[in-house]
Structure formats: structure tokens, C-alpha cells
Design a binder for this molecule. Structure first.
Ligand code: GDP
Ligand code: IMO
Ligand code: MG
Length: 427
């Protein structure tokens, strides 16, 4: 069996956690490959409701080995807290392994995230404040500390001593705040190392072994394509690639092994944090979507910005990811809207365009051109077969898929695992 990558297709929070939890019933490996605890993946199943930040959403399936790959930045304190919470609620985490190559989020990363955001003033990105950007910056600057370093205390002390000296100089001389104590950070991370040692592995090898046994492997994306540092609304992006291509790098599997790329779209748009969003509705309709859908962040609790489905952005996302199919979530949220809009183009400086501009200055000036479709004004949450959906709901989905340039595999009509309609098999 090949790999299925499940990828956020918009600005995150599309419902990846729910889709992974469902698909994991048949998977032998579920692997996170990017981001860190900036992600918040909601899963609702027979164990209850969970907001997972680092542990893959496949953890509830007894046969699935769950991996946190080399492309993830790990805050060990958050990870251990999440493991404890899952165990307390009866979820077995003995099948969870983390990559020795994954980078660690250190206390100074969280400090710098806050200090840098403050320094940006009205240009603030609206990060989650979890230290993600500074940790990935250190990774590429070759100033990172990796999970594997926790296994050798001498190496850890030497590396931390050297790096912390440098970080403390910036903390004190640039930001005028107190330095961090080497002994305290070192001792804390030694304790984390002791607790995590048993689950540290070469996770790419685990994926390879599963594939050689012809077992199903799922790659669990975090964030969404429009938050990608290359293709997203830079600099209002995250700091690692949420794209399908990132899946290959972030777990250590060849792109040739990825057999299906499932893009997860909400039936409308949301975004949390700063940066342009052409279809944002700063009116009663936007407030209504937020209220009906309870659009508040899983990680930070912030109100999400809401708007109509943006098919220009969707087509772009399909192209750069190469989706082989899509999942459309939260269709039920639109059940009571008498009419719906889909953005089919942008008006930019008097011209009509059909592409997603690379410059945020241009994107901020884009005015959406809408196509209006009738709402179905009927509940859908109980429906499990595509043909039983109201005709107008099918019409909306068909138009959305046509504009996004992709066929639909799944439609979700509620947050629970069962509230899903299979339209076409993914593989
Ligand atoms: P993720 O980050 O992509 O995993 O998404 P989040 O968990 O941050 O946000 C998605 C929200 O939508 C969660 O509250 C889910 O429980 C919920 N959800 C997922 N699919 C559906 C659906 O089809 N209908 C409804 N009403 N809620 C859904
Ligand atoms: P999931 O996996 C939605 C956003 C933040 C901010 C920007 C940069 O749940 O879909 P960061 O902390 O990464 O430096 O913040 O990215 N962001 C997300 N938005 N869902 C997420 O993850 C996100 N992860 C980061 O709000 O705008
Ligand atoms: Mg989320």
C-alpha cells in the first residue's frame, strides 16, 4: 500500500484531525511531519473530545503506530502533558515514537516568539506564541538542539552552553530582559530526555518497514497550504511547509511512495492571525458563520476570521499540492443559509484575475468576484450517503469541486467520526 498524505488546503483548521481519526481505523502508521504545537487538531470519537497539538490524531486506533517525524519541532513539556492527559483518559500511547532528528523547542524560542511579535508592532503576524518560528529559524541557522541530543548529557550540556550564551546575549543586550539559567534549562531538558528516551527512534525507518510490509501509512499535515512559507501569504505564514512536498521531507519518505494526496477544505474559509484573506466577511454574515460554526482556535482560543469559499485560492492549493482528491468538511454549517457565495476570481486594480498573487500588497487589494448559489435550508448532519444530500447541497459541492479542480473523496457533515460521507474511495 502506498502513503496517503492528508493536507490542510486553506489557512489551517480545516478538520484534518477528524479526517485522520477516521482514516486511521485502517492505517498501520500515522505520522505528523511539520509544524509543532501551533497545530490544534480536534478529534471526537468513542473516547470523547480531544484537542491534539503534537500527538498524531491516529492515536485512538489500537493498531496504528503514531510518529512525530523529523520535520516537527517538539516542545517536550507540551508533548509529555499531552501523553499524560491521553493516558488519564484511557488512551494507550505506547505506540507513539518521536524522531531523533526532530528539533526541540527551547524556553528561549518561546521568549523570542513573544518579543519578536511585540517588536513587529502593527505588523505582528499573530503567531500562536509557541516558539515555532524561532525554533525553525535555529534549525536552518544550525543552532538547533535535536531530540537525539537528549540521549547524551555531555553533548547536550556542551551544545546548550554554547547556544544559550549566544541567546542570552540577545535577550539581555537587544531586548533588555533577564538571561536564562544554563543549569535550570539543562536539568529540565535532562528530565524530559529521561521520560522520552524509550520512544525516541529513527522514525523514517518505521515508515519504510511498514511500506515494505505493504501497510497503509498516513501523513498527517498540520496548518494549511496558504500558511506555507514559500507559497502562502508571506510573511503572514508559519515556518515549516504544510504542503504535500513537506510530507516527504518531514518524515523521510520518498515522494514516489505517496500514492494519494487528500486536500482538506472547509466548505467556507477561515483564518486565524494576521495577513490578507480576500473573502473575509467583516459583517453579520461573517459573525453568523463564526457563531454557528463556533470558529474559535483550538490552540489559542482566538476568534477565527470567517468568509465565503475562495475557489481562486483553492485552485492554487490544488496545483501546488497535487491533490488527488479532496475532503470537504463542515458542510452542515451552511445548512441554514438561504444563499451561498463562492469566490471565482479577483478584481485587482480594475482588472479581473484568476490567480493567487504572490505579493500580500496585491492580495490585500484583491476584491472577490462572487458566484451566488441557492442554499438547501435543510439539516445534513444525519446523512451518510451522497445521493441523500439535498440536491442544492450536491450542486454546491459539485461547483466547489469543479472550481477547485479536484474530485471529492469525502464530505463531512458534523465533527464526529461517523458524520462522514464517502463519495469516492481515496485509493
Ligand atoms: P484541524 O486543525 O484541521 O484538525 O481542525 P481543527 O480541529 O482546528 O478545527 C476544525 C473544527 O471543525 C473542529 O472543532 C472539529 O471538531 C470541527 N469539524 C470537523 N469536521 C466538521 C464537520 O463536518 N462539521 C462540523 N460542524 N464540525 C466539524
Ligand atoms: P492546524 O494544524 C490555523 C497560524 C497562526 C499565525 C501563523 C504563524 O490546527 O491547522 P506560528 O505560531 O506558526 O508561527 O503562527 O500561522 N497558524 C495556524 N492557523 N491552524 C493552525 O494549525 C495553525 N498553525 C499556525 O495563527 O497566523
Ligand atoms: Mg486546528
Amino acid at each position: 500500500m502506498p502513503v496517503i498524505a492528508v493536507i490542510g488546503a486553506q489557512w489551517g483548521d480545516e478538520g484534518k484531525g477528524k479526517v485522520i481519526d477516521l482514516l486511521a481505523e485502517k492505517a498501520k502508521v500515522v505520522a505528523r511531519f511539520s509544524g509543532g504545537d501551533n497545530a490544534g487538531h480536534t478529534v471526537i470519537n468513542h473516547y470523547g473530545e480531544f484537542g491534539l497539538h503534537l500527538v498524531p490524531s491516529g492515536i485512538f486506533s489500537a493498531q496504528a503506530v503514531c510518529l512525530i517525524g523529523n520535520g516537527v519541532v517538539i516542545n517536550p513539556s507540551v508533548l509529555l502533558g499531552e501523553i499524560d492527559l491521553l493516558n488519564q483518559r484511557g488512551v494507550d500511547t505506547s505506540r507513539l515514537f518521536i524522531s531523533d532528528r526532530a528539533h526541540l523547542i527551547m524556553p528561549y524560542h518561546i521568549l523570542f516568539d513573544g518579543l519578536e511579535e511585540k517588536a513587529r508592532g502593527n505588523q505582528a503576524i499573530g503567531t500562536t506564541g509557541k516558539g515555532i518560528g524561532p525554533a525553525f529559524a535555529d534549525k536552518v541557522a544550525r543552532l538547533g538542539i535535536r531530540v537525539g541530543d537528549l540521549l547524551d548529557r555531555e553533548v547536550l550540556l556542551e551544545r546548550l552552553g554554547h547556544i544559550l550564551d549566544y541567546k542570552n546575549t540577545i535577550l539581555t543586550k537587544v531586548y533588555g530582559v533577564s538571561p536564562l539559567s544554563l543549569t535550570e534549562v539543562y536539568e529540565q531538558y535532562c528530565q524530559f530526555g529521561e521520560r522520552l528516551a524509550a520512544c525516541i527512534r529513527d522514525t523514517s525507518l518505521i515508515v519504510e518497514e511498514a511500506l515494505s510490509r505493504d501497510e497503509l501509512v498516513l501523513l498527517e499535515g498540520a496548518q494549511g497550504a496558504l500558511l506555507d512559507p514559500d507559497f502562502g501569504t508571506y510573511p503572514y505564514t508559519t515556518s515549516s511547509s504544510p504542503l504535500a512536498g513537506g510530507g516527504s521531507l518531514g518524515i523521510g519518505v520518498s515522494p514516489t511512495r505517496i500514492g494519494a494526496i487528500l486536500g482538506v477544505f472547509k466548505a467556507y474559509s477561515t483564518r486565524v492571525g494576521g495577513g490578507p484573506m480576500p473573502t473575509e466577511l467583516k459583517d453579520e454574515t461573517g459573525d453568523l458563520i463564526r457563531k454557528v460554526a463556533h470558529e474559535y482556535g483550538t490552540t489559542t482560543g482566538r476568534a477565527r476570521r470567517c468568509g465565503w469559499f475562495d475557489a481562486v485560492a483553492a485552485r492554487f492549493s490544488t496545483r501546488i499540492n497535487g491533490f488527488t482528491g479532496i475532503a470537504v468538511t463542515r458542510l452542515d454549517i451552511l445548512d441554514n443559509f438561504p444563499s451561498l457565495k463562492i469566490c471565482v476570481g479577483y478584481k485587482l486594480d480594475g482588472k479581473t484575475i484568476d490567480y493567487f498573487p504572490s505579493s500580500i500588497a496585491a492580495l490585500s487589494r484583491c476584491q472577490p468576484i462572487y458566484e451566488e448559489l441557492p442554499g438547501w435550508l435543510a439539516p445534513t448532519t444525519h446523512i451518510r450517503e451522497y445521493k441523500k444530500l439535498p440536491a442544492k447541497a450536491r450542486q454546491y459541492l459539485a461547483r466547489l469541486a469543479e472550481l477547485a479542480g479536484c474530485t471529492i473523496n469525502l464530505v463531512c457533515v458534523g465533527p464526529e467520526r461517523e458524520q462522514t460521507i464517502e463519495v469516492k474511495p481515496i485509493l
